[in-house]
Design a protein around this ligand. Structure first.
Ligand code: NAG
Ligand code: NAG
Ligand code: NAG
Ligand code: NAG
Ligand code: NAG
Ligand code: NAG
Ligand code: NAG
Ligand code: NAG
Length: 453
């Protein structure tokens, strides 16, 4: 198995690098003919980074994006004035084959950014910071049906690059404090990629999102590479629901070489996420890399399929590998804004491989009672959503003291729901140094090379 993995690694490297390294006119050199070194107000534009999946690939291709042929500079107004209209105007002028250059130190965004682009580079060198007028954004944010989500900005279209070393800042503190007294307050997702085909987002910092950082909604062929996420709170109230990435109705997505410090899922595969690769992440403080939640809405069939999670460092998290499925009937915990359950679907062909853990409550967590606090009732009306062909392999490290000596919980709603779930090479130490144990219910224990209690 290890040899097989090494071989596939080598093959993956052979498959990905030659094109990127050996083409006589690489993308960046082509690009530099046009826009490198354009100077504006003392700032210089830079080359588009070359982004490709490595060391693993999804097996599907990512196309090169044609070079841009003009540059639209945006001057920040300063003094807290809204820069969104000027960015929208630049986007209008450069939306076919141009670069939108945001080179100033601070852009204030006080109205929604709706960018529909075709062959466009967005170079952000400074900070884009959203205003924190809660009432304004409740009325004016982009709204999505799924989990009642909303967003400050939305990028759609085809062939988009975002880079430049800059920062997108959601200015979250007011929402954190409002959410502590009103859990229904509508908190925007920092950025939503919606109906976008082919995009490479790299060398960008995402800070202080009031909600999820990045929603990938109805997208295909997108790579996130070398980004950083972090937030926090300056009051006693903790940030909530600050997922790193949520993928939804999306295919062929790569998330790699990035550092995340947050308070909810590091990456979450929501309904209809297929061919997703997550590799070489450093996640701190999260709720793990999670499938779901699924089965929340009975009107949809939820699919999460062909997902590979490789080479992750997970620190200070509640879980490392997690699958969460709502129970077989509608339920709503009193403190949650939304309930759900009774939905159908499948989780198929999902692998967690080479995961280093430090201070994790559960290394593995599978539940089919998500959102149902009455577990007796959950067993009477189990979920119907199937979980099949799942592998947890090569998970090493330390658990937290929270459930010591228990280090994981694999609980399926019924024996027919979970098939071919494997755990191999798992070595997790609880802080007490007692023998670690896992809870395993309705699972085929012959496939689980872990101490099921
Ligand atoms: C979505 O959330 C907002 C703010 O909490 C609330 O007013 C609205 O009723 C919610 N809509 C649905 C469909 O849940
Ligand atoms: C990652 O992005 C940062 C800018 O955010 C840049 O300074 C750094 O060189 C990049 N690292 C790599 C390996 O490309
Ligand atoms: C694993 O990820 C780390 C960064 O988190 C990176 O330094 C290392 O090269 C990666 N290993 C492989 C085999 O990709
Ligand atoms: C990691 O997460 C823990 C717990 O949330 C937090 O206390 C710590 O500051 C974080 N570390 C970094 C480097 O962000
Ligand atoms: C997922 O895809 C299936 C098959 O195409 C479709 O029936 C289902 O409605 C989709 N679910 C969602 C949440 O879009
Ligand atoms: C399982 O998913 C991986 C990608 O994670 C893919 O390479 C492989 O072909 C899939 N297996 C099947 C049987 O579809
Ligand atoms: C994990 O959390 C502990 C306690 O909050 C903190 O001391 C440590 O720095 C955190 N680890 C990382 C990598 O941030
Ligand atoms: C939990 O469910 C069981 C079985 O349906 C029921 O008898 C019991 O009253 C429920 N408990 C609560 C607190 O609702």
């Amino acid at each position: 198995m290890v040899a097989g993995r090494l071989l596939s690694l080598v093959l993956a490297i052979l498959a990905t690098t030659p094109e990127a390294l050996s083409s006589p006119l690489s993308e960046s050199s082509l690009h530099s003919l046009e826009t490198r070194g354009r100077t504006h107000n003392g700032h210089e534009t830079t080359d588009r980074p070359v982004v490709f999946p490595w060391p693993l690939t999804t097996g599907k291709s990512f196309k090169k994006i044609p070079r841009t042929t003009k540059t639209c500079f945006v001057d920040a107004k300063g003094n807290g004035q809204d820069d969104a209209p000027a960015i929208m105007a630049a986007a209008k002028e450069c939306k076919n084959g141009g670069k939108i250059a945001l080179l100033d130190d601070l852009y204030t965004i006080a109205s929604p950014l709706d960018l529909k682009l075709n062959n466009v580079d967005i170079e952000i060198q400074g900070t884009i910071k959203f205003t924190d007028d809660i009432g304004y954004w409740e009325k004016n944010s982009f709204k999505y049906e799924f989990q009642n989500s909303s967003s400050f900005m939305q990028i759609s279209g085809k062939n988009v690059n975002i880079f430049g070393g800059g920062t997108i800042d959601g200015n979250s503190q007011k929402w954190i404090d409002e959410h502590a007294v009103n859990n229904l307050v509508w908190r925007p997702v920092l950025i939503t990629f919606y109906d976008l085909d082919t995009a490479y987002i790299s060398h960008t910092n995402f800070r202080y999102s009031p909600n999820w950082y990045i929603l990938v909604h109805t997208c295909k062929n997108v790579i996130f590479d070398n980004v950083s996420m972090a937030g926090g709170s300056s009051s006693a109230n903790a940030p909530a629901n600050t997922d790193g990435w949520d993928t939804y109705r999306s295919d062929n997505i790569v998330i790699q070489h990035s550092k995340i410090d947050n308070h909810d899922d590091c990456v979450s595969f929501k309904p209809n996420s297929t061919n997703v690769l997550v590799q070489s992440l450093d996640c701190n403080g999260s709720h793990g890399i999670s499938v779901g939640s699924l089965g929340q809405y009975p009107k949809y069939f939820d699919i999460v399929e062909n997902v590979y999670i490789f080479n992750i460092t997970m620190t200070n998290a509640t879980s490392a590998g997690r699958i969460k499925v709502w129970s077989g009937e509608y339920a709503k915990p009193p403190s949650w804004a939304e309930g759900g359950g009774g939905g159908h679907g499948r989780v198929n062909n999902v692998t967690w491989d080479a995961i280093r853990l430090k201070n994790i409550d559960y290394a593995i967590e599978i539940t089919q009672c998500y959102g149902q606090t009455n577990l007796t009732r959950c067993s009477e009306v189990p979920a119907t959503l199937k979980i099949e062909n799942v592998l947890f392999r090569g998970m090493y490290g330390t658990a937290s003291k929270k459930y010591d000596p228990k280090v994981g919980s694999l609980v399926c709603g019924g024996p027919e729901n979970c098939n071919n779930i494997y755990a191999r090479d798992i070595n997790i130490q609880p802080p007490s140094a007692k023998s670690p144990v896992f809870t395993c219910t309705n699972m085929d224990q012959a496939l689980l090379d872990i101490p099921c209690a």
